[in-house]
Design a binder for this molecule. Sequence first.
Ligand code: NAD
Length: 361
Amino acid sequence: MVHNITLIPGDGIGPEVTLAAKRCIEATGVDVRWEEALAGADAREKYGDILPEETLASVKKNKVALKGPVITPIGEGFRSVNVKLRQSLELYACLRPCKWYEGVKAPYQGVDLVVIRENTEDLYAGIEFEKDQKNTRDLLENINKISDRKITADSAIGIKLISESGSRRIVRFAFEYALANKRKKVTCVHKANIMKFTDGLFLKVARDVAKEYAGKIEFEDKLIDNICMQLIQRPLDYDCLVLPNLYGDIVSDLCAGLVGGLGISPGANIGENIAVFEATHGSAPKYKGKNKVNPTAMILSAAMLLRHIGEAKAAQRLETAVAQVIKEGKKVTYDLKKDRDDPQAVGTSEMADAIIERLKR
Ligand code: NAD
């Protein structure tokens, strides 16, 4: 069966790592028809839009995409392509497995965690009001009228949006994922002791949903600050974490660090019918075009994609090939070498070649 997949190369190191992942998928023998689509700076140059309708239409039609990272300038220019993509396609769940592979330098061995981040709400929803604008002043006035806490006139405001329905669907996703993947425990992460109405709602819904899975999947909750310390001290105690958007963003990088870094941390953004697979890392602009960075995160994202489209055997073969190349430690990029300046480190495309060679054995 032929699978139609949208390929979004992205910016910076995006084209290099997506090409590596595309070649690995092809090497598994799975039949794919690729449809290339632009997003980010290149798309803005060509179509005047960072996320053109053509790209969205392609993902909606094919229902699956492999996406490279794209640049998001801080505090100016266009708002994030990623946020827009996730919101436009209602990709409400961000799935980030953080698994340690033998041969990777990491603070612990054997970590195997999954971070499940809500993707559409929270402070990340993009509802912000700029300092000194009329809308902001009106909003400030209204808040000052109805709240005991007075806000100074020189403030900018961001809205932390947590809905019951949004919380329910992500927590349910986490439990369903845990069941389907033979996981044991879901930990809800929050700061409900301080943010009683927003995080409080997230926690209340999580406790509700957890009851439906009692006896099948264990449930617990932890404060965000506390779990940051616990993840550093006892990461093996955790299994699946479910978090609102902003905490999820930060904790997924923390967990990537626990298993050896961004270079090996895959991910997916999943909605009801559509899924976009991408690495946790960004576009690392300083490495653009240098054939230097690690393609593993993108290749493991490709393995997740294969599993998603029903090609579980090919996915397993690809993951095993990646694990073998990493374990052998020869044809790996600089970040997987003991010494980052090791002259024996290979480039992005050579590491992909080694994985492809393993696949063919
Ligand atoms: P980044 O992940 O791009 O890079 C941070 C550092 O991590 C790099 O300098 C590099 O040392 C290391 N790194 C990242 N990917 C690696 C890889 N594959 N192999 C080896 N080392 C790797 O984070 P940043 O510098 O904060 O962000 C750069 C740009 O990417 C920003 O514009 C940001 O908004 C964007 N970004 C995009 C996405 C996405 O598209 N999904 C995600 C995160 C950041």
